[in-house]
Design a protein around this ligand. Structure first.
Ligand code: GCB
Length: 606
């Protein structure tokens, strides 16, 4: 089948936009075909495939009299003959465009994607087009019909396509736009590369006509001998079953009028999930004609005074921050192997905790953290100077937060939902961030809520704290602290003292210094490995004096690409605060932190 002038077809058929449906829990356990692989693409910097020459969207005017369709019938020369996917080059999906095509390295704007696929839809089944993530705004068309749009570069979305699939040949077209805008989430300014494109898997999933849409299983936070949760079904079902064979659980639960089956199941001998023993149980959720399998761990995470308690026992979060980027392969991570490599480095550093900064990472990362025994801080890209007073911006942030929690709520490894990073204190920001914290609490009572706040001066020059009203609403006094890099020198760190007036665990979500791997200096000059090493030695000394400290996630595991880092000798558009260089070499500071973590591990065993 030929796809010449696919865009022509697109806009003449229908412009109806479908509502997005509620996310299918655990898409990979469903019957599906992968739509990964090469997709044709056309870069469209002026968006002429989307707007006509009067800057009217074809989506809106396509069918109207005098509109695009009419013009076509009259053989209007303004037709989109230039948009010929058949002869267009391809991009790999999943993958960003910046790292795949040299001339798109710095491109921010619209790229059209197209691919064909063959399917034989079965009667009595439902079909879903599922995108793991597309950065940032996606318009999705199937066989010339618009399914809808999605904003947010790091969360999944799907459309039901049952009645739009053809027997045999089908095609999908996407308009993907990664242009930055002040009112979006994130906003215009970030310290990471704005990788555009279809960065995670695309699946065509099928389910029975009535199907299991969502479920959650967790330990009752107030009673660790009880597993609680729900199953949500769509369609005619009066009963569902939840089975955990290893725990001898096999329970039938009635479905209420709204499709929910809620349960509280007493269990006796649960082996609790922990980094030392990341025990996962096989769970089977079934309805009369659908079944979803998962592997779920059970644990509690709470705070008591200044302690963080995992399964009732005080823990120290020996963490490291990381971006979703493999230094060896330019661009966003492509698969599980990349994630595993990063997590293994964290393990080598003696970590029991990782901060997945600054946006929801691939859901495969969370599954891997469950399996490998790494506790997780998960975050949304509410970063720096968001448009606090714009209601649509808030709604967008809340939607990204909700989608992250909905997607990952069954992952035992996630201990903390973070509602943002380094957001400047003000009334409107407090309302915004407070709203997000409330939202987390309304969705999930089995995890802690935090945010990476900022350090503040208390009294005199050298007494520091975290004086942010948001601390009252969240579970940790969590903040970033760059003493010795952005302010003071490493040797001045000994003059600092931290004081906290609030009875909550203190958590330092970032500190660090830039160092070019392989650059050495006996004088510990800035950018040398010795400067960074010295800073880590002095920071750790400072940390040991903070009695309430219950964890840290220094910045950062590996050097990562950032447009904010142009220094041509030391940076070359890499943020150099990694403990591991972009060539995979461990810098000296890596071993300082590793040693500190080993000691902390021993201290907390006692
Ligand atoms: C921060 C940000 C992080 C930056 C880092 C830096 O405070 O949270 O995204 O990359 O500092 O290197 O300056």
């Amino acid at each position: 089948m030929k796809y010449l002038n696919i865009l022509l077809l697109l806009f003449v058929v229908s412009t109806a936009v479908r509502a997005q449906s509620s996310l299918l829990q655990n898409p990979y356990s469903r019957d599906h075909i992968s739509l990964n692989g090469p997709w044709h693409y056309i870069a469209d910097p002026y968006e002429n495939g989307y707007y006509n020459y009067r800057r009217k969207a074809f989506d809106e005017i396509g069918n109207k009299k005098g509109g695009y369709y009419d013009n076509l019938k009259q053989n209007n020369p303004m037709s989109l003959i230039e948009y010929d996917f058949d002869h267009a080059p391809t991009l790999d999906v999943p993958g960003d465009w910046n790292s795949q095509v040299e001339k798109l390295e710095l491109y921010e704007g619209t790229v059209w994607y197209q691919r064909a696929f063959v399917v034989s839809p079965e009667k009595g089944k439902k079909y879903w087009l599922y995108f793991g993530a597309v950065n940032y705004e996606a318009h999705v068309y199937l066989n010339g019909k618009k399914l809808g749009t999605h904003k947010g570069g790091f969360t999944p979305f799907q459309f039901e396509v049952t009645d739009l699939l053809h027997e045999g040949d089908n095609f999908i077209v996407l308009k993907v736009d990664n242009a930055r805008h002040q009112d979006e989430v994130p906003t215009v300014n970030t310290d990471w590369w704005n990788y555009g494109g279809v960065t995670r898997d695309v699946l065509l999933i099928n389910t029975p006509d009535s199907y299991i849409q969502d479920y959650q299983l967790k330990l009752n936070p107030a009673n660790n001998k009880e597993i609680r949760g729900f199953v949500k079904v769509e369609g005619e079902e009066s009963e569902v079953k939840v089975a955990i064979p290893e725990l001898k659980v096999d329970k039938a639960i009635a479905v209420d009028r709204n499709g929910y089956a809620s349960f509280a199941i007493p269990v006796k001998k649960v082996v609790y999930w922990s980094p030392e023993n990341p025990k996962l149980y096989e769970v089977q959720i079934s309805s009369s004609n659908d079944m979803v399998l998962d592997k779920i761990g059970f644990r509690t995470i709470t705070t008591e005074g200044t302690d963080i308690l995992l399964n009732g026992k005080s823990v120290f979060l020996r963490g490291i921050s990381m971006h979703e980027e493999n230094p060896f392969l330019p661009g966003r991570l492509r698969g599980e192997g990349d994630i595993k490599m990063l997590f293994q480095w964290a393990k080598e550093l003696n970590c029991n905790f990782i901060r997945l900064a600054h946006y929801p990472h691939d859901e495969k990362a969370l599954k891997l953290a469950d399996e490998m025994g790494l506790m997780v801080w998960a975050e949304i890209p509410v970063y720096w100077t968001i448009s606090w007073e714009n209601e649509a911006t808030y709604k967008n942030a809340e939607a990204q937060l909700t989608d992250m929690i909905v997607r990952d709520k069954n992952r035992a490894s996630i201990m903390i939902w973070s509602v943002g990073n380094e957001t400047p204190v003000s009334e409107p920001r407090m309302k915004f961030m407070g709203g997000l914290a409330d939202k987390v609490r309304s969705l999930d009572d089995s995890r802690l809520v935090a945010a990476a706040l900022e350090v503040s001066q208390k009294e005199g020059e050298m007494v520091w704290t975290c004086d942010d009203p948001l601390v009252d609403k969240i579970d940790l006094v969590s903040f970033n602290e760059y003493a010795g890099w952005y302010w003071l020198t490493p040797s001045e760190l000994s003059k600092i003292k931290f004081e906290f007036d609030i009875d909550k665990p203190v958590f330092i979500s970032e500190f660090g210094a830039g160092a070019l791997g392989g650059f050495h200096s006996e004088d510990r000059v800035r950018w040398s490995e010795e400067y960074q090493e010295d800073l880590y030695i002095k920071q750790i000394k400072l940390l040991t004096e903070i009695k309430q400290l219950r964890g840290v996630t220094p910045w950062i595991l590996v050097d990562f690409r950032s447009p904010r880092r142009p220094h041509s000798v030391y940076q070359n558009f890499w943020n150099r605060k990694g403990l591991i260089s972009n060539t995979g070499d461990k810098k000296k500071a890596f071993f300082i932190l590793k040693d500190y973590y080993q000691k902390q591990e021993e201290a907390y065993k006692k």
